[in-house]
Design a protein around this ligand. Structure first.
Ligand SMILES: Cc1cc2nc3c(=O)[nH]c(=O)nc-3n(C[C@H](O)[C@H](O)[C@H](O)COP(=O)(O)OP(=O)(O)OC[C@H]3O[C@@H](n4cnc5c(N)ncnc54)[C@H](O)[C@@H]3O)c2cc1C
Length: 240
């Protein structure tokens, strides 16, 4: 067993897949949107809310949520705010590059059949698992809201398509919330937790999903506690 195979074995015995980057796009100043094509013997779509673990630099595992998926590919949103191994690996990744990963792991499912509206809280790349969950909620005839925190307008992932969806579908609301907005920004300013304090009744009557880095997740959980949100209606995916 060579050294790379040994390192992989320490982390997991799950099967490995070698995908190929088919699209790589910069979003704002801190996100790379990367679409990876699957080999012919591995077919999607991967489950909603699942994540894969990529072997960045061939041996450093980093988890990324699936933002979109079809039979032959899946899309990730990779933050390079932290500047670590995963960030540096994906930041300038080009089409044609091979990416070894294992998964998908399915531990953040969409809860269908509750009959309650959905509110999805995220910052930055934390919006990834919610892109498909919004479509699932709408298919159930339920209202869905994404409250997405970002520093600036250009940093909002899926901005155009989510704005378009909110314009054309009354079952969807999009609340991009900017912490460092330009003076001409017309939307919400501040932090995603502001939405909770402004709309406690709406939040309490919904299923709440949270995804992002631990400080944001803990901040939202704290705000939910203050409005006495039922604990069993809160679903969390922490990025670390
Ligand atoms: C189940 C799961 C799903 C995840 N999905 C995603 C995803 O879809 N997109 C994504 O970008 N990350 C995701 N993460 C986090 C990801 O695996 C990495 O930990 C993260 O991107 C930082 O990796 P790094 O090597 O760049 O930095 P590291 O060397 O690991 O960390 C460097 C610094 O970055 C900070 N940091 C950690 N995570 C983030 C982040 N997401 N944004 C900004 N700073 C961070 C750390 O606190 C640290 O200070 C997920 C994690 C888990 C556990």
């Amino acid at each position: 067993m060579n050294i790379i195979a040994k390192i992989k074995h320490w982390f997991t015995e799950a099967p490995y897949v070698e995908g190929t980057v088919i699209e790589s796009e910069r979003i704002g100043s801190r996100i790379q949107k990367v679409t990876i094509g699957l080999p012919l013997d591995v077919r999607g779509p991967f489950p909603m809310g699942s994540y894969i673990v990529a072997y960045t630099w061939g041996c450093i595992p980093r988890a990324y949520s699936i933002a979109k998926t079809d039979g032959g590919s899946f899309t990730l949103l990779v933050s390079f705010s932290g500047g670590g191994a995963g960030a540096r690996y994906f930041r300038d990744i080009t089409v044609g590059k091979k990416v070894i990963f294992y998964g998908p792991f399915d531990d953040f499912p969409y809860r269908a059949g509750t009959g309650r509206p959905k509110i999805f809280f995220a910052t930055s790349t934390g919006v990834a698992p919610f892109r498909m969950m919004v479509d699932a909620a709408i298919s159930e005839g339920l209202h869905a809201t994404i409250v997405l925190g970002s520093p600036k307008e250009g940093d909002v992932a899926f901005k155009e398509e989510l704005e378009e969806l909110s314009r054309t579908n009354p079952l969807f609301s999009f609340v991009p919330t900017l912490s460092n907005a330009d003076p001409n920004w017309q939307g919400a300013r501040g932090y995603v937790t502001d939405y909770i304090y402004k709309n406690p009744e709406i939040v309490r009557s919904s299923d709440v999903y949270i995804c992002g880095i631990p400080p944001m997740t803990l901040g939202v959980l704290d705000a939910l506690k203050k409005i006495r949100m039922p604990q069993d209606k809160i679903f969390v995916q922490k990025f670390g």
